[in-house]
Write a protein of this length. Structure first.
Length: 457
């Protein structure tokens, strides 16, 4: 790439010119590429439709880049986003806001200017060579339907013809394979996510494996994504999505489905065609009716349905031998608790704040249990002997009709403290002190009516 070589006098004059421009001499202060005319130090500057020129120096800017040319028409492309080295220094631009740092003969100078984006120079999918035209068009459809101009970070989107370099886009073997436009972890600006708003289009990206749009302001219904046959992970948590959950009948490869923290309604599909599903999170929505037994999802490891309006009894999930985490708290479930004898890998069983009744199973076949939370139900009978559960660390049985069997030494269990919603630690011994001995005639322990949220230390 040929570099611009300026005389020292011309360089000093241009540095001065840049500083004058950033002070707003041109009609629209702060926008170097705009329309209008100015005369600075006997040097004429003329800007028309984003093209600025002067005696000996010409700068043209659009939404993709700026071009800096000298009197001999030797030009250098200046990135709209990024650092461009030149022979006399460097130019660093971020979304068109540029800083020029020059060094010549041991002395250095700098100046600021900006390039106004021009909507007439947007991405042209017909000239894109990295990925198929249809995939490029799908990316632009997502950009336009979710308010791309207002995204927190939108580097490259609808600015360049290299979509594989766009923020959050990953390509492999000539196809888009990942899109991640979720929260960037920066909370100092009080903007969570990437500020996507609007609806999600039914994307046509046949090689896409990950679509992560969590923690934004997306609304409307969820597409069935029938043109994403290789999708492995779909994360749409913490948006404002509504309507029913699609069956996703073409997502045979899906392993992780995260739709929690939205406003979804209706029943839960059984997802019988998604044989590879390993994690299913639908928490904190407005889902109703009963829980499917998910008999076809033998690879499922985590099931989070808490914080909904689900009713009916809890299935025994006898066809889910790999299930490790079962979170069903804060619903309206009734009936007895299954013994989950077919879940040998179960570690977390959270059923608090429901309407469950009957006795507590001894979980003889679930020896990997770590946490059991049955708080605020209508359970009765004695607390079973869990000595065989050597990994058990957390128990919360408060707010039930249960009692202590005097033949069992509950105090010897190595159970850690739990924390209620008001952040007060409750030790296992303090829990035991709330329960009467089963030998006390007609015992009626107090039942909690104030809901609490269990938080583990």
């Amino acid at each position: 790439m040929q570099l611009c070589l300026w005389s020292r006098a011309r360089l000093i004059k241009f540095i001065f010119l840049l500083n004058i421009l950033c002070w707003g001499v041109i009609t629209h202060a702060g926008e170097f590429c705009t329309s209008g005319n100015a005369n600075v130090n006997n040097t004429s500057i003329s800007c028309v439709n984003g093209n600025c020129s002067s005696v000996g120096i010409k700068i043209t800017c659009n939404s993709k880049s700026c071009q800096w040319c000298d009197a001999n028409n030797s030009c250098e492309n200046i990135l709209y986003n990024g650092v461009t080295p030149i022979s006399s220094g460097s130019i660093n631009c971020k979304n068109g806001q540029c800083n020029y740092s020059a060094q010549n003969g041991g002395s250095s100078s700098s100046g600021n200017f900006s390039c106004k984006s021009s909507d007439t120079n947007q991405t042209n999918c017909n000239t894109v060579t990295e990925i198929p035209v249809g995939e490029c068009q799908s990316l632009l459809e997502l950009y336009n339907s979710s308010g791309g101009k207002n995204w927190k970070i939108s580097t490259g989107w609808n600015q360049t013809n290299k979509p594989c370099d766009w923020y959050g886009v990953t390509c492999d073997a000539g196809h888009v394979t990942e899109i991640n436009l979720s929260d960037d972890g920066n909370t100092s600006d009080r903007i969570f996510g990437n500020n996507l708003s609007g609806q999600i289009p039914n994307l046509n990206l046949p090689e896409l494996t990950i679509l992560s749009l969590w923690s934004n302001q997306l609304n409307g219904s969820i597409p069935n994504f029938s043109y994403l046959p290789n999708l492995v992970e779909l994360d749409l948590r913490f948006n404002q999505l509504s309507g029913n959950i699609p069956k996703f009948s073409n997502l045979f490869s899906l392993q992780k489905l995260y739709l929690g923290g939205n406003q979804l309604t209706g029943s839960i599909p059984d997802f019988s065609q998604m044989f590879n599903l390993q994690e299913l999170e639908l928490f904190d929505n407005q889902l109703t009716n009963s829980i499917p037994n998910f008999s076809h999802l033998s690879n499922l490891r985590a099931l989070g349905l808490h914080g909904n309006r689900l009713t009916g009894s809890i299935p025994n999930f006898s066809y889910l031998p790999n299930l490790e985490s079962l979170l069903l708290y804060n619903n309206q479930l009734s009936g007895s608790i299954p013994d989950f004898s077919h879940l040998p890998n179960l570690q977390y069983l959270m059923l608090a704040h429901n309407r469950l009744s009957g006795s507590i199973p001894n979980f003889n076949q679930s020896r990997n249990l770590i946490s059991i939370d049955f708080q605020d139900n209508q359970l009765s009978g004695n607390i079973p002997d869990f000595n065989h559960l050597s990994n058990l660390k957390f128990i919360d049985f408060r707010g039930n009709h249960v009692c202590k069997n005097t033949d069992i030494n509950y105090s010897s269990w190595q159970i850690e403290s739990v924390f209620s919603a008001n952040n007060i630690a409750v030790t296992w011994q303090e829990q035991l002190d709330e329960f009467l001995d089963c030998s006390v005639p007609n015992f009626q322990p107090d039942i909690r009516i104030e809901p609490t949220t269990l938080i583990f230390e």
